[in-house]
Write a protein that binds this ligand. Structure first.
Ligand SMILES: NC(=O)C1=CN([C@@H]2O[C@H](COP(=O)(O)OP(=O)(O)OC[C@H]3O[C@@H](n4cnc5c(N)ncnc54)[C@H](OP(=O)(O)O)[C@@H]3O)[C@@H](O)[C@H]2O)C=CC1
Ligand SMILES: O=C(O)C1=N[C@H](C(=O)O)C[C@H](O)C1
Length: 241
């Protein structure tokens, strides 16, 4: 496949390595405002966006308008996600967004839902989420932590949403920490006076995120519509996990 990389930082470079190893070609690297590039001249099969929160929406909708399918992992721009999906469908293109592309985190998402439903009605426990990332990260909380909180909110009907770095009634607290060189660690804890129950995912490098993004791009090639990592991993993540 001919792949365009929208964003060529830590993730863009890791994706390039994996994509080439899997026999793909990188035909375009967008590192600044996409209007400075002649996107249509590159016979792009799929674009993969790991850029910055302020650029993702413009990058991906520019591709949709040229009927280029997009895999997007950029976090921190989700207020515009529904609008991006609309523009994708209007232009008969294809889109796959995930707050986290690693297979391990997608298994962790399933565990999170299972634990949230087991903890329903356990009033002695309060839930909180902690995420730890490298100090260059632009957004907080992480997109993955927001996905975890939204999953808990959908199951535990008394939650109205989440709050960053503070405890408030009816909201799930997300504590965001920044430490040198941490690729991404997420912990969901249920705490009572008697004991604590925790589930935790630790990324040891960026390879898992990048491999997942390339698998998603291979899945999206020649498709139209809106997809998720559940579609990519459907054989692996069965409903009865
Ligand atoms: N969904 C997932 O699985 C994962 C998501 N992420 C997310 O991916 C994003 C990128 O992460 P990461 O690679 O670590 O970040 P980096 O900061 O290393 O890379 C982002 C790159 O985008 C460049 N950039 C700036 N403006 C534009 C533009 N208009 N168009 C294209 N590129 C631009 C930056 O250039 P410059 O430095 O010159 O500004 C930088 O090189 C983040 O939002 C992060 O949260 C990260 C890992 C996994
Ligand atoms: O910025 C990062 O590095 C990461 N961002 C994603 C997020 O915000 O959840 C995914 C991963 O944790 C790494």
């Amino acid at each position: 496949m001919n792949i365009a990389l929208l964003g060529y930082g830590k993730m863009g470079k890791t994706i390039e390595e994996i994509a080439i190893n899997r026999g793909h070609e990188i035909v375009l690297k967008v590192e600044q405002d996409i209007s400075n590039y002649k996107v249509e001249e590159n016979k792009i099969d799929v674009a993969i966006d790991f850029s910055i929160p302020g650029a993702a929406f413009n990058n991906i909708t520019t591709c949709f308008r040229k009927s280029i399918p997009v895999v997007c992992g950029t976090t921190g721009w989700l207020d515009h996600l529904d609008e991006a999906k609309e523009i994708c469908l209007k232009n008969d293109s294809a889109f796959l967004y995930a707050s986290n592309f690693s297979v391990g985190v997608n298994i962790f998402f399933e565990l999170n839902k299972k634990l949230a439903s087991m903890m329903q009605g356990m009033e002695d426990y309060s839930v909180n989420i902690e995420e730890i990332h490298h100090t260059q990260k632009l957004d907080a909380p992480s997109g993955t932590a927001i996905t975890l909180a939204n999953q808990i909110k959908e199951i535990g009907t008394h939650f109205k949403g989440w709050k960053l770095d503070k405890k408030e009634d009816h909201f799930i607290p997300i504590f965001a920490k920044r430490e040198e060189n941490v690729p991404g660690t997420h912990t969901v804890s249920y705490v009572s006076e008697i004991d604590s129950i925790e589930i935790k995912h630790t990324a040891n490098s960026r390879l898992g995120f990048a491999l997942g993004a390339v698998l998603a791009a291979e899945f999206l090639h020649n498709k139209k519509g809106i997809f998720s990592m559940k579609d990519v991993l459907s054989g692996l993540l069965q409903d009865n996990v």
